[in-house]
Design a protein around this ligand. Structure first.
Ligand SMILES: [Zn+2]
Length: 182
C-alpha cells in the first residue's frame, strides 16, 4: 500500500472516533503509519512488518514518553498510555493495509509465511458487454513464501485500490459526522 493511504486512513479514523485526543500527539505519532516501510533500508520487507515489531516499538514509544518526554510529570500518565495505544493502532493499521498481494508476514520471525487477502469485485458479462447486474465477489486467503515480499521493490505513490479505499473511508466518516450532528 502506498504511503499517502497509510497515513491518511488511520488519521481520519482517529479524528472521527477519538477527537478528544491531543492533536499534537495524534499528528506527532502519525509518522508511525509509514514507519514499517523503512525496513527496505535493511533490504528485508518483514523486519518491521510483523506483530512483534508493532508491540515492541509501541512499548519503546511508551517508555520514551514515560521516562523522557513526561519525566517527572506524574499527571501525564494518561498521555503515556494514549501514546502506547496510538502507536499500536498506527503500526497495526499499516500491516492491515498491506494485506493485499504479496501479503504480510504477521508472525515473522517465528513464521516466514506471508498472509494475503485478495478481494476482487467482478461483473459477469454477456457477449462481452457487462450489464453491471451480475456483480460477484471473489475473496481468497492465501499464504505466500516470504521471498515474494522481499522481492517486491516497486512503490507506487497512489494506486486505484488505495484511492478507492480512501474514498470509502471518507464517505463512511462523513456519514458518521452527519449522523452525530442530528
Ligand atoms: Zn508496508
Amino acid at each position: 500500500m502506498e504511503p499517502l493511504i497509510h497515513l491518511i486512513i488511520p488519521l481520519l479514523i482517529v479524528a472521527a472516533f477519538k477527537p478528544q485526543l491531543d492533536k499534537r500527539l495524534v499528528l506527532g505519532l502519525a509518522v508511525l503509519t509509514i514507519l514499517p516501510d523503512f525496513d527496505f533500508i535493511v533490504g528485508h520487507r518483514s523486519l518491521f512488518h510483523n506483530l512483534f515489531f508493532v508491540l515492541l516499538f509501541s512499548w519503546v514509544v511508551y517508555l520514551i514518553f514515560k521516562f523522557i518526554i513526561n519525566k517527572g510529570r506524574s499527571k501525564r500518565v494518561l498521555e503515556n498510555k494514549n501514546a502506547f495505544y496510538l502507536s499500536i493502532f498506527y503500526l497495526f493499521s499499516h500491516l492491515l493495509l498491506d494485506i493485499g498481494n504479496p501479503g504480510v508476514p504477521f508472525f515473522y520471525p517465528l513464521s516466514n509465511k506471508l498472509f494475503t487477502l485478495n478481494f476482487l469485485l467482478l461483473t459477469s458479462s454477456a457477449n462481452g458487454i457487462s450489464n453491471g447486474i451480475g456483480l460477484m465477489t471473489k475473496t481468497s486467503f492465501t499464504l505466500n513464501p516470504l521471498i515474494q515480499g522481499t522481492a517486491m521493490m516497486d512503490a507506487p505513490v497512489i494506486t486505484t485500490f488505495g484511492l478507492l479505499l480512501f474514498v470509502i473511508v471518507a464517505i463512511l466518516l462523513l456519514i458518521k459526522l452527519i449522523v452525530k450532528k442530528k
